[in-house]
Design a protein. Structure first.
Length: 221
C-alpha cells in the first residue's frame, strides 16, 4: 500500500466519521426509542414459540413432508403474520417517530441514515454475503445453514449500527448473534429449529432486555 492509497483510506475514514456525526443524534433519537427497543421482547418470544412448536412437530412426524397439511398451513400462516406484521409495525413506527424528531423526515430518511452514505460500503458486502451464503446452503443440500449464515453477517451490521449510534443494545445483539450463529454450525442439523429460536428469537430478546436496562435513553425514551 503506497502513500496515495493510505491518504485515500484516511479520507474515507474521515468521511465515515462525518457521516456518523451528521446522522446522530437524528438516527439515535429515532431508533433509540424505548418503545422501539421494547418491541424486541414480544417478537422474540413469538419467534421462540414458533420455532420450538415447529421443532416438536418435526420430531413427532419425522419430516416436514409428513406433517399434516393443516399444521403446515397454520405454520406458514403464522410465519407470514409474524414477518409481514413485524415489518409493517416497524415501518410505521419508524416513519411516525422520524416525523416527530425532524420535520419532513420519513422512514426512508432513517433508512438512508442507517444504510446509505459511506455505510453503503459496509452494508452492501454484508447483503451480498448473505445472498451468496443462502444460495450456497441450498446448492449443497443443507438449507438450514441459511440461519447461521445470515446471522453471522447480520452481526456486522448490528455492531456497526451500535458504533454509529452509541446504543449498547445493538452491540449486544451483534455479539450475541455472532456467538450463537458460530456455535450452531457444529450442532445445527440435530435441532435446526431450536437453533433458529436461539439465534433469532434470542437476539431480539437480548436487544429488548439490554435496551430497556439502559437508563440513559435521552429524548428517545
Amino acid at each position: 500500500m503506497d502513500e496515495s492509497e493510505l491518504e485515500r483510506l484516511a479520507a474515507e475514514v474521515e468521511e465515515i466519521k462525518r457521516a456518523v456525526k451528521r446522522n446522530d443524534p437524528f438516527v439515535r433519537e429515532v431508533i433509540g426509542s424505548r418503545f422501539f427497543v421494547a418491541l424486541g421482547l414480544p417478537f422474540g418470544l413469538l419467534i421462540v414459540a414458533f420455532c420450538v412448536g415447529a421443532q416438536l412437530l418435526l420430531a413427532r412426524y419425522g419430516s416436514i413432508a409428513a406433517i399434516p397439511p393443516g399444521w403446515k398451513a397454520a405454520g406458514w400462516a403464522a410465519l407470514a403474520v409474524l414477518v409481514i406484521g413485524g415489518g409493517i409495525l416497524k415501518w410505521g413506527f419508524l416513519d411516525t417517530r422520524a416525523r416527530k424528531v425532524q420535520e419532513g423526515a420519513t422512514f426512508m430518511t432513517v433508512f438512508r441514515g442507517v444504510y446509505g452514505g459511506p455505510f453503503f460500503h459496509l452494508n452492501l458486502p454484508v447483503v451480498v454475503c448473505m445472498v451468496v451464503a443462502t444460495a450456497f446452503a441450498v446448492a449443497v443440500g443443507h438449507p438450514w445453514y441459511i440461519v447461521p449464515g445470515i446471522g453471522i453477517f447480520f452481526a456486522f451490521t448490528s455492531n456497526a449500527l451500535g458504533l454509529a449510534t452509541g446504543r449498547p443494545e445493538y452491540l449486544a445483539t451483534g455479539w450475541y448473534c455472532l456467538a450463537t450463529s458460530l456455535a450452531s454450525l457444529f450442532f445445527l442439523e440435530a435441532a435446526p429449529l431450536v437453533w433458529s429460536a436461539v439465534i433469532w428469537g434470542g437476539c431480539l430478546l437480548v436487544f429488548g432486555l439490554v435496551g430497556l436496562a439502559v437508563k440513559d435513553r435521552g429524548e428517545g425514551a
